[in-house]
Each structure stands twice: as structure tokens, then as C-alpha cells.
Design a protein. Structure first.
Length: 86
């Protein structure tokens, strides 16, 4: 019975994960970059993303997406520092 409870708890935990990632707003460059990055990284840590950059581009739109997509590979690796300058 205990094992069933563990499975149920795990399933409930996984069920909330998409909702957590939905709490990250899309970023278009018109609002505070540093505040957005802070929220993105916080949710990424809570979701145990091994590499927080894996999903970064999925949350960019408009000018922010354009700027990021034109960055060099090296700058993309250092996206936090590069975006904080803008």
C-alpha cells in the first residue's frame, strides 16, 4: 500500500510540471530582461532542468527571439550575460 501512495504522489508531482513551466511568460524584449531571466531560472531549477538553456529559446518571441537567433554560438552559451546587457 505504501508503494501505491508513492506512485500516486509522484504522478501528482509530474502532473503539476507543465503548469509550472506555463508560469514563465513569453519574453519579447519589451519588459525587464533581468526579472524575466530570474523567473525563468527559478522555474527551471524547480523543474530540475539539467541544462537550463535547453528550453530558453521556446520562451522568446518578437525582437528577443530575433536577437537571440542571430547571436553567435559562443554568445548563446553565455545568454544570461548577453541578454542582461540589452
Amino acid at each position: 500500500m505504501t508503494r501505491d501512495k508513492v506512485v500516486d504522489t509522484s504522478q501528482q508531482a509530474f502532473a503539476c510540471l507543465p503548469k509550472m513551466s506555463d508560469s514563465i511568460p513569453k519574453f519579447d524584449g519589451s519588459s525587464s530582461c533581468l526579472k524575466w531571466i530570474e523567473k525563468y531560472e527559478t522555474v527551471g531549477r524547480m523543474m530540475n532542468w539539467a541544462d537550463i538553456t535547453n528550453f530558453f529559446m521556446l520562451y522568446l518571441t518578437g525582437n528577443a527571439y530575433t536577437v537571440f537567433s542571430r547571436m553567435s554560438t559562443e554568445d548563446k552559451k553565455n545568454w544570461r550575460r548577453r541578454f542582461a546587457r540589452r
